[in-house]
Design a protein around this ligand. Sequence first.
Ligand code: HEM
Length: 137
Amino acid sequence: METVKLTPMSSAIATSLEFLVRELGDPQTRIYERLYRQHPEVQSLFVLDADGGVRGSMLQTTLETILDYASKGRLDLVSLGAWRSHHLAYEVDAELFTRFFVIIRDCAKDSLGSDWSTEMETAWQDLLVQVRASEAA
Ligand code: HEM
């Protein structure tokens, strides 16, 4: 019963990311542009990442976290918590860490335009609630 209820929601997230990639090819540039626009102070943190490799693997890990949530209906809190605390060394606090998920959602929403569905909105909202709830863990 629970699985039946989760399936459309989770596939809504996966579909939104598929659209994002279909629309933009590699969404990395657009996602980091949005991050820097909203948080110009973080740009200097990536100054040594000349070829974008670290940012690529950070985005990859975040997308994998989202797709893992989409397929299982729950977050991998251990791995997410480990990455979050790892980021304290870069002075990226829990709230800013969560912003990366919001930025990816907003990029997907922008690139989908009128294809963005109510199911996608709700599914992403649920995911973001869970990411925020795990901040204190
Ligand atoms: C706005 C939020 C975030 C900021 C500002 C941020 C910032 C950073 C910085 C400064 C680094 C190290 C760069 C370097 O070594 O030169 C890094 C690495 C990394 N971040 Fe983030 N991060 C954020 C969110 C996230 C999230 C949500 C995840 C995953 C769920 C994540 C996963 C990673 C990974 C996997 C690496 C290591 C990449 C590698 O060295 O191959 N980050 N991040």
